[in-house]
Ligand binder design. Structure first.
Ligand code: ADP
Ligand code: MG
Length: 324
């Protein structure tokens, strides 16, 4: 099977495109799209490389799902509405079973978020995939790393550390079968939920967010350096799932929550005078977010950890960095 047959079989769907923002999708030299009036385009790219980001025996549907999810998570962290993705896929060989599962996982998440695959590239080589995702942000709005302000409250959009715990279970299984808590942690690692709905709702309350891909401390420190401020995090307020508390000691769970990557929850700031309105909105929308600390001073760019009001030391390694 040639490259074009492969693209036709697995990446082109014969459905009618009834959306006005895509004039031309897969098939020509370029896709042609339309940004609606009074909106801006947010664009992000992420690459997943076999043996670095995932193991070769990963289920291809899970791989496709996660590759899209991590890109949609970046859009969510800007408050953007995801609309289009392109996919550059490098494959060692044309494996129909693999491609068929991959394509199913891909279109499952694209349909969930109403996102269109508008193009890509297909090449032969060591397995890797690069996704570029694009979404709309209303003009004059957006969530930016440089917009945290002194006295803002710091929130997390969901349980922290689950993904790192899930990866730990994958790498060091405790038994031949997973119990339900372990299964939950694995799913949090394999199929993270990009917080797209929350990201859009945040536009009315927040100006600053980041998605937690490298660990809470590592990603929060990006906000601090871009905004030139410091933060306090209350360790006893970190949201921990029931599953992580069942499967790991308290200190291990806290360590995963502070330093574990790939939760793809949002970490964002809310000005004090918007907290009540924000919390009311969460109730109406039936969303859970957790206040875990605050922005403290306009300098220094460091993080102070508190436990029951007392300062405790930072973990030695604060997050994942490819070149460290
Ligand atoms: P070109 O030679 O102009 O780069 P290609 O032959 O690589 O074009 O691709 C043909 C068409 O198929 C293009 O519209 C391209 O965007 C699309 N395409 C190629 N690979 C993929 C893929 N993996 N997923 C989606 N679209 C793809
Ligand atoms: Mg090409």
């Amino acid at each position: 099977m040639g490259e074009f047959d492969l693209i036709k079989q697995y990446f082109i769907r014969n459905k009618r495109l009834d959306r006005t923002d895509v004039l031309l999708a897969i098939g020509d030299d370029c896709a042609v799209t339309q940004v609606p009036a009074h909106h801006r385009l947010a664009i992000t790219t992420d690459t997943l490389v076999c043996d670095t980001h995932f193991l070769a025996d990963i289920c291809p549907a899970d791989l496709a799902y996660k590759a899209i999810a991590v890109n949609l998570s970046d859009l969510a962290a800007m408050g953007a509405t995801p609309r289009w993705v392109s996919l550059a896929l490098t494959l060692p060989k044309c494996d129909h079973h693999w491609l068929s599962l991959f394509s199913q996982g891909l279109f499952q998440i694209l349909d969930e978020y109403d996102v269109e695959l508008i193009g890509g590239d297909t090449t032969k080589g060591h397995l890797s995939l690069t996704i570029t995702a694009q979404g709309f942000i209303p003009q004059q709005q957006g969530l930016f790393r440089h917009q945290a302000k002194v006295n803002d409250l710091i929130y997390a959009s969901g349980y922290l550390g689950d993904s790192a715990a899930g990866l730990d279970l994958l790498l060091n299984p405790k038994s031949s079968e997973f119990n339900s808590a372990q299964h939950y942690l694995l799913q949090r690692h394999l199929k993270p939920t990009p917080r797209v709905t929350l990201g859009k709702l945040l536009l009315d309350y927040s100006q600053c967010a980041i998605d937690i891909s490298d660990g809470l401390l590592a990603d929060l420190s990006h906000i601090l350096s871009h905004s030139q401020c410091s933060a306090e995090i209350e360790v006893d307020k970190l949201p921990l799932s029931q599953a992580i508390q069942t499967e790991y000691s308290h200190s291990q769970a806290i360590n995963f929550a502070l330093t574990g990557g790939e939760d793809y929850e949002l970490c964002f700031t809310i000005p004090e005078n918007k907290q009540i309105d924000f919390e009311n909105m969460l109730k109406v929308q039936q969303l859970n977010c957790y206040c875990i600390g605050k922005i403290t001073s306009q300098s220094a760019e460091n993080i102070r950890l508190l436990n029951q009001g007392k300062t405790i030391p930072l973990p030695k390694q604060i997050g994942f960095d490819h070149f460290r």
